[in-house]
Design a binder for this molecule. Structure first.
Ligand code: NAD
Ligand code: TYD
Length: 355
């Protein structure tokens, strides 16, 4: 049994679906169902006894302690976080509370549980913390990609809060011997991506006939990884990563934002042409840049490949086409997210105060 936090979100739900497709080991999914948590992502495992959903926060020490005592997991994988840079700029408080304070309470509960395990269970236990390349800050055009030794230089409240959580995880290993693993991954894309992030937002706005907003000059570079490849890397690190180590995860797919948007438009021209026959690029609109916008991220994924033999299965070209097709095939999911209807389930299940 493993405990996965934040598994009603984008990456966590993909992780659970892939995990249960490959293994019979049950998962407990602890998720507070913020705006980003959507149990419709997990409809495919609805009623599956291997998936136990618990609504609650990683910051709730008593709840986490109770779940650990009851289910005795062999590992905790921590996805739970506030994850959107633009939201962190408008309101950093939730990022501090969840990403820093929440991770601290989670670590405290895990440390107490782990300290009480018998020797074999204790040495086999793992706490895997899922983090981001954004903690390393921004690269200039010709800088080498981020290795695990790159200095931390977070620039947004989001990346600063993730950096703080990485440091806490590191300290719990160094000070208390907690068997931790940390992964720092580049930008993900794929199914169940909330349409506030660039790729799903562009697909949604294109199909809705709305503007495709490009921040600044659109020449900022991100290093894109298909979400299923991120999930396979996390499984591999959990299985064979060296305790206390950090693994950078990326797909060697650096692209300027404008190129990504052009690619999305041309796939949509092909798979779902506009009624007026015009190209979707006509909807591109330049808007005011994000304050403090990081210019370039790039991951050097040599270590995880060399030590653990992990490589991504998708190229950007194959992954992005699958992603566009997924959004076209799952318009009801998108409609429920954009209308807010996905929250009705929470309202029904937990009362209106949580809806
Ligand atoms: P997401 O915003 O889609 O999902 C986050 C999930 O965490 C949601 O289900 C939300 O309800 C839950 N959550 C929030 N606060 C919580 C709390 N206090 N207790 C329990 N659950 C809580 O995020 P994502 O894109 O799936 O990212 C998952 C993790 O991966 C994050 O830690 C993020 O920093 C990291 N990451 C994301 C990317 C990316 O491109 N999306 C890249 C690298 C790393
Ligand atoms: P985003 O998906 O928010 O991820 P992150 O900020 O974590 O990298 O944004 C990806 C890139 O796309 C980033 O450089 C900001 C840019 N962007 C736009 O140009 N327009 C948009 O509407 C959004 C949401 C992002």
């Amino acid at each position: 049994m493993i405990l996965i936090t934040g598994a009603a979100g984008f990456i966590g739900s993909n992780f659970v679906l892939d995990w249960l497709a490959q293994s019979d080991e049950p998962v407990i999914n602890l998720d507070d169902l913020t705006y980003a948590g959507n149990l419709e992502n997990l409809a495919a495992v609805d009623g599956d006894s291997r998936h136990i959903f618990v609504k609650g926060s990683i910051g709730d020490f008593d709840l986490v302690a109770k779940l650990l005592a009851e289910h005795q997991p062999r590992a905790v994988v921590n996805f739970a976080a506030e994850s959107h840079v633009d939201r962190s700029i408008h309101g950093p408080e939730d990022f501090i509370q969840t990403n820093i304070v929440g991770t601290f309470h989670l670590l405290e509960a895990v440390r107490a549980y782990w300290g009480g395990l018998e020797s074999e269970a204790k040495s086999g236990f793992r706490f895997l913390h899922v983090s981001t390349d954004e903690v390393y800050g921004s690269l200039a055009k010709d800088d080498p990609a981020f290795t695990e030794n790159h200095r931390y230089e977070p620039n947004s409240p989001y990346s600063a809060s993730k950096a703080a959580s990485d440091h806490l995880v590191r300290a719990y290993h160094h000070t208390y011997g907690l068997p931790v693993l940390t992964t720092n991954c580049s930008n993900n894309y794929g199914p169940f991506h909330f349409p506030e992030k660039l790729i799903p937002l562009v697909i949604h706005n294109a199909l809705a006939g709305k503007p495709l907003p490009i921040y600044g000059d659109g020449q900022q570079i991100r290093d894109w990884l298909y979400v299923k490849d991120h999930c396979s890397a996390i499984r591999r690190v959990l299985e064979a990563g060296r305790v206390g180590e950090v693994y950078n995860i990326g797909g060697w797919n650096e692209k300027p934002n404008l190129d990504v948007v052009h690619t999305l438009c041309s796939i949509l021209d092909d798979l779902s042409p506009r009624a007026d026959g015009k190209p979707y690029v006509e909807q591109i609109t330049y808007v005011t840049d994000r304050p403090g916008h990081d210019r370039r991220y790039a991951i050097d994924a040599t270590k995880i490949e060399r030590e653990l033999g992990w490589k991504p299965a998708e190229t950007f070209e194959t992954g992005i086409r699958k992603t566009v097709q997924w959004y076209l095939d799952n318009q009801a999911w998108v409609a429920n997210v954009t209308s807010g209807a996905y929250k009705n389930w929470v309202g029904k299940q937990y009362g209106d105060k949580n809806a």
